[in-house]
Ligand binder design. Structure first.
Ligand code: ATP
Ligand code: MG
Length: 694
């Protein structure tokens, strides 16, 4: 090696060097988080360039645009301009263009979104953000696996709607002559596999792929067409961090590389350079419970972390306060969570305190969700009976038999002569008796809100005014998950609890919406979902809301028996990704209540609990608290699978208790829900019996 090359390898360990200077032929680096995969890939690009590989014959694939951007930062400017670097989508698009393939106009994500919205609305399926994204995601999954609509197998009624949507969507694009982003991959694969377009092949000397565990079938098949079996393919990945299964990514493609690239060399990096020892250990103890994985060793560098901490705040508000309290030391901090609803309390607190934060818009815009906007509209109409927008939004939620839209003008005109919109409503001309009754009732119920506290008002709307029942019937009609909608509504009630009046709550919601619009350049704290954190690292990481039914998520457990294990393991990988983002300090937070209800900890925490004690002798009290918490969950009396009402058990913290109810989990989730009574208290625990009650 030249001295210049030596300089480029500086600081790398032997295995990393080996991978960077690998000579010819396919090579796969499979290694755990923080082991330097991205580092190795970047250095290899530099060495290749240095050795005279023309930049235009190098293709570097990253998983996100942000990752491509970061990699450009790590390389030197002049080198990167001619390099083929980016996501699969951006690279394939460019190749198609240069190969002379006609590219139809691409639908922007917003347009696709709007199309689905309209399609769903026409079928009277609630077109909320979550549902629309569900449809878009599921169709993208099919396309990623090269499954066209006609080959989509459906059993459940819910999926029949999906199939119809998929067909209609593809037909719409054909008619309009548009493509979506997935069509880029499909078209590239199609053109390449026909072998008629040699220009597409282009002859890259080297193809390098980061986060290889998340490639889907169409991407993998395209790579196979692009690189011959003995070609220079350099991939890095970690099957333990595959978290995009719902989009069609499949780590088996990575694990079975040899089938397509028989002489593929394997390099394993075994040292995690990112995280302090206790954090590395915690990650390992968790992930080894996955069975569908390639076993690999990963050791830390022995560096002591600041701490691996455990906190058990009383509720989400206290959790937020404790996080904010930590910020005063200026350490780079990120807060990660499973679902975006979980950021609500923290975002509220940050806005109140005037602390700058960054979060993706969808995570932070809780107050823009349709259910929340409905509820706020009820309050707004009570505050101001002339609020036409609010009235239009909620008058038929639930149905109050006001059809068409001419009533809007009529009620407006009527109200100008005499009073406000709300009082004019039941006086509309030509109403049938049942309409009149429904509308007078509506009017009185809204008026009754005046003088209530914000939470009283919301409970009133949900119960007496029938909003909860409305949600249920909508969910049922559309085959949607009512529980997740209710969760949003519960969260809204909780948010309202810190405000005296409905007016104060409305003002706060408006302020949050405004702050969320502005994204600060250098935020004091970063908020994101576990999914978005992949590949990133932070000095201090908080993982919040580690409850049962949150992680693993309730929805991921409502799958068929055959898929259950896989779903469970993907959730564990997600938590693993979260844990391994931390450099020096990791704080695991499990509040004692969630949305005002007592909830049990995530079943994964037991797997982590052990590491707490060993990794953290200095923090023994806390650690042993955690141990008790788990160890003393039903043991002896619950041995085997027979838990029955009346069983006694001893809980170290709360004393003797009795089982009062045993129910199966909802859907096809594994385990059971056990209700325990301890003196005055009563709470639910979730058990995956086979795992925990050995
Ligand atoms: P992930 O799986 O999370 O994407 P990764 O394997 O890509 O992780 P990197 O991001 O490349 O890991 O590296 C993690 C951290 O370790 C980075 O801050 C990197 O600079 C540092 N690092 C990598 N290799 C070494 C080394 N040999 N000595 C010291 N630090 C290193
Ligand atoms: Mg990486």
């Amino acid at each position: 090696l030249s001295t210049q090359e030596e300089a480029m390898l500086e600081g790398l360990n032997d295995r990393q060097r080996e991978a960077v200077i690998h000579d010819e032929g396919p090579i796969a680096v499979f290694a755990g988080p923080g082991s330097g995969k991205t580092t190795v890939l970047t250095r290899r690009v530099r060495i290749l360039l240095h050795r005279g590989v023309p930049p235009e014959r190098l293709m570097v694939v990253t998983f996100t645009r942000a990752a491509a951007y970061e990699m450009r930062e790590r390389l030197e400017k002049e080198e990167t301009s001619r390099l083929w670097m980016g996501t699969f989508h951006s690279l394939f698009l460019r190749l198609l263009r240069e190969g002379g393939v006609f590219i139809p106009t691409l639908l922007r994500e917003g347009e696709v979104y709007q199309w689905f919205r309209k399609w769903l609305k026409e079928r009277e399926i609630p077109a909320d953000d979550e549902t629309i994204h569900h449809f878009m995601g599921a169709i993208s999954y099919c396309k990623g696996n090269l499954v066209p609509p006609e080959r989509l197998q459906v059993k459940k009624e819910k999926n029949q709607t999906l199939k119809e949507a998929y067909q209609a969507y593809e037909a719409m694009k054909r008619e309009r002559g548009n493509w979506d982003y997935d069509d880029i991959l499909i078209a590239f694969h199609r053109h390449l596999s026909r072998e008629c377009n040699h220009r597409l092949r282009r002859g890259f000397d080297h193809v390098l792929v980061d986060e290889f565990q998340d490639v889907n079938r169409v991407q993998f098949e395209s790579l196979r067409l692009l690189v011959p079996p003995d070609g220079n393919l350099f991939v890095v990945g970690d099957d333990d961090q595959s978290i995009y299964g719902f989009r069609g990514s499949d780590p088996r493609l990575m694990l079975h590389m040899d089938e397509s690239f028989p002489h593929c060399r394997r390099v394993v990096l075994a040292v995690n350079h990112r995280s302090a020892e206790p954090i590395v250990q915690a990650g390992q103890r968790l992930i080894r419970h996955n069975r569908l994985r390639q076993a690999k060793t990963l050791v830390g560098t022995g560096r002591e972390g600041v701490l691996l901490k455990w906190i058990e705040p009383a509720d989400e508000e206290e959790e937020a306060r404790r996080i904010i309290h930590c910020l005063s030391d200026g350490v780079e901090t990120a807060v990660l969570y499973r679902t975006s609803t979980q950021s609500r309390a923290l975002v509220d607190a940050l806005v109140r305190e005037g602390i700058s934060f960054s979060a993706s818009r969808s995570d932070a815009s809780f107050y823009r969700r349709w259910q929340v906007r409905d509820l706020l509209s009820y309050l707004a109409l009570a505050e101001n009976p002339d609020d036409l927008d609010a009235l239009v939004r909620i008058v038929n939620k639930p149905k109050r038999y006001l059809y068409g839209d001419t009533w809007m003008d009529e009620v407006w005109n009527l109200s100008r002569k005499n009073g406000d919109l709300l009082t004019a409503l039941p006086r509309l001309p030509g109403l049938k008796t049942y309409q009149k009754q429904a509308l007078s009732r509506f009017q009185k119920q809204i008026q009754a809100i005046r003088g209530m506290s914000a939470t009283e008002a919301l409970e009133w709307v949900r119960g007496s005014m029938g909003y909860d029942r409305f949600l249920e019937s909508m969910a049922q009609a559309g085959g949607q998950d009512a529980a997740s909608w209710k969760e949003t509504v519960d969260e809204c009630v909780l948010a309202a609890a810190s405000h005296e009046t409905p007016g104060a709550f409305l003002a706060h919601a408006a302020k949050v919406a405004e702050v969320v619009e502005q994204i600060p350049k250098k935020p004091a704290i970063r908020l994101m979902t576990l999914h978005k954190a992949k590949g990133l690292e932070f000095d201090r990481v908080f993982l919040i809301g580690l409850h049962a039914m949150v992680i693993p998520h309730r929805r991921s457990l409502q799958v068929s028996e055959a898929q259950k294990n896989a779903a469970w393991e993907e959730e564990r990988r997600l938590l693993y990704v979260g844990i391994t983002r931390a450099r020096h300090e990791l704080v695991l937070s499990v509040s004692q209540t969630r949305q005002g209800k007592r909830v049990g900890p995530s079943p994964f925490l037991k797997e982590l609990g052990y590491s707490l004690e060993e990794a953290q002798p200095a923090n023994k009290r806390l650690a042993s608290g955690v141990q008790h918490r788990f160890h003393d969950q039903p043991q002896a009396p619950f041995a085997g699978e027979t838990v029955s009402v009346g069983d006694q058990f001893h809980h170290v913290k709360w004393g003797m208790g009795t089982v009062t109810k045993v129910q199966p989990m909802t859907g096809s989730a594994p385990g059971r829900k056990i209700t325990l009574r301890l003196g005055e208290r009563s709470f639910d625990l979730h058990y995956e019996l086979s795992r925990q009650l050995k």
